[in-house]
Write a protein that binds this ligand. Sequence first.
Ligand code: NAD
Length: 410
Amino acid sequence: MPGFEEVNYYFRKAARVMDLSSAVERMLVTPYREVKVDVSITMDNGELGTFIGYRVQHDRSRGPMKGGLRYHKTVDLDEALGLASLMTWKTAVVNLPYGGAKGGIAVDPDHLSPGELERLTRKFVQQIHEIIGPQTDIPAPDVNTNAQVMAWIMDEYSKMHGFSPAVVTGKPVDLFGSRGREEATGRGAVFALEEYLKDAKQGEVRGKTFAIQGFGNVGSWAARFLHERGGKVIAVSDVKGGVRNPEGLDIPRLIAHQAQQKTVTGFPGSDSISNEDLLLLPVDVLVPAALGGVITEANVKDIRARLILEAANAPTTPQADEALVNNGVTVLPDIYVNAGGVTVSYFEWAQNIQQFTWEEDKVNAELHRHMRDAYATLARVVRERKVSFRTAAFIVAIGRVGRATVLRGV
Ligand code: NAD
């Protein structure tokens, strides 16, 4: 899994282009706070289950810190550090008044009952409630956490601090969630792609072919929006494997199949394909939307897509990124492409604070505006500095966070 050093590699590359002083560089890289807690619960069989939880708060110069909670067996401090710092740069790329954080629990939630999952979540909140809050650090969903988990977080935190819907985003719409939040990351990724295609004069989504790794929140919504626009999604996968149909998968039917079977595998009318082979398909656009570190030195030379839309966080290792850029492959980077999630999380937080609800049309229009504006800024930096989109995104983010840090003082 990609860790802190991988993100800092991109940071330093951009910092060199910007001629950033080493003192500011050090200040920006250094995390604000790292927390590791014991999350022990009674399992259904009466035995004690002990898990480790993490929350890393990376930077708070531009506002309260923001970032998801991941429940996965690979979660550790280094991964949380890397993902927290990505959040600092991501919120700055789309110009939200936030800093960056990330956390989670090292656990395989497939092995937990719903009751165990709820107890684990509530215990985690008891362990970190003093460092999160609507004006300090606002968690959100990530891998294997969803609106129900966010509802438990809101409830547990509110028991200790009074009614606090704004302590967490990605809540159910019936419990102060925002319309459009669940779809936001996938929708934002498709907006990002459309901005690029328009700018690069490469036509539209219609008729283009796509392979999507990961069919959870982000991957399945991205697939649906691409399908609705006439894109041909020819392969998708999840942790159990992938499915492929060169004519294009029927995405609404695949979503229904997945809802029933809890996997995309075995979808009628498709061939199976491994997660590794999916990445190498000769598609117009490759969309990693699962875990990080999947495009590596080992497979990069076999990647045949000319455009990579990074819906997942940190799917490309720095070595692979260099190789892609050298091979003329365009990589639209995670800190821009998947920023739709945190953008609509920001709208949810703002609605909670104002106790006022937005219609979905307004949410989607505002999301579109943020993704469009961010693209225009990145594209300008790409042209002016002759750098990749990723370096441009880091340059924009470091500029914003750096100015706020220096203005506030040490
Ligand atoms: P999710 O838990 O809803 O879905 C994850 C998907 O990845 C599932 O289909 C799962 O089966 C698959 N997967 C897990 N392990 C895999 C493996 N080893 N190989 C192949 N597939 C595997 O998670 P999500 O919220 O959709 O997040 C996906 C990615 O998007 C993550 O990198 C996350 O950090 C990033 N992201 C999510 C959001 C959000 O709003 N949810 C926002 C920004 C970025």
